[in-house]
Write a protein that binds this ligand. Structure first.
Ligand SMILES: C[S@@+](CC[C@H](N)C(=O)[O-])C[C@H]1O[C@@H](n2cnc3c(N)ncnc32)[C@H](O)[C@@H]1O
Length: 201
């Protein structure tokens, strides 16, 4: 048993938290907001019909769009209410409830390694801090040797970028390309957001 994620601690403190999150994205979608930035970058990174893991998929925003682009998507999230919403809003991909710190998809019959992992929307900052390295280690274990993990999160959320880079290195992942946005701005010392494309070391 791993330490409970910060996200599920929030849900325990406020049972309406998941519904608020689901409705927030549904209403942005109805308003025609651009919710596809992460999916566009992922689509550019992989071959057609790629096998992609949406890690911390929430209500399926990113994985759902990648499935529409023809990719084979598995989405994993610790919050059952969000997985239920993903199944309703984006039928097709395999949506699964699970803690990323315990990710073992071969044990659940998904034996093909992933061409890419997308971990968008500050997921890393909602993990229990004690599990961050284990999550990155499991990302590495689920990638092909040529695969890449794209991980995006903001500064000021309790996980320093320097600490993240050290955790990635300790998990046999190294930077392939560092960006400060999903629309391909370069990362620098003063960046307030990080999109790290990591490859197996
Ligand atoms: C802000 S939401 C982002 C959701 C989605 N990636 C997106 O961008 O729309 C953060 C997500 O991280 C998930 N999460 C946090 N800790 C997790 C863990 N240990 N295992 C799996 N999912 C986790 C939450 O359940 C939540 O869906």
């Amino acid at each position: 048993m791993v330490e409970q994620s910060i996200w599920m601690q929030k849900v325990a403190a406020d049972p309406g938290h998941s519904t608020w999150f689901i409705e927030r994205f549904r209403s942005m979608s109805r308003a025609g907001d651009d919710l596809a930035g992460e999916a566009r970058l992922m689509d550019a990174m992989v071959p057609r019909r790629a096998h992609i893991l949406d890690a911390g998929c929430g209500s399926g925003r990113v994985g759902g769009m990648l499935a529409e682009a023809g990719h084979d998507i598995v989405g994993v999230d610790v919050d059952p209410a969000l997985i239920e919403a993903a199944e309703q809003d984006h039928p097709g991909p395999r949506w699964m409830v699970g803690d990323l710190a315990e990710l073992d998809l071969p044990a659940q019959g998904i034996t093909t390694p992933f061409d890419a992992i997308v971990c968008a929307g500050n997921v890393m900052t909602f993990l229990a801090p004690s599990t961050r390295r284990e999550v990155l280690r499991r990302f590495r274990a689920h990638l092909t040797q040529e695969g890449r993990a794209a991980i995006g999160f903001g500064a000021g959320r309790g996980y320093e970028f320097s600490e993240f880079f050290a955790d990635a290195a300790a998990s046999a992942l190294e930077p392939d390309l560092l960006l400060s946005s999903w629309d391909l701005r370069p990362f620098g010392d003063d960046s307030s957001f990080l999109v790290a494309l990591l490859r197996p070391a």
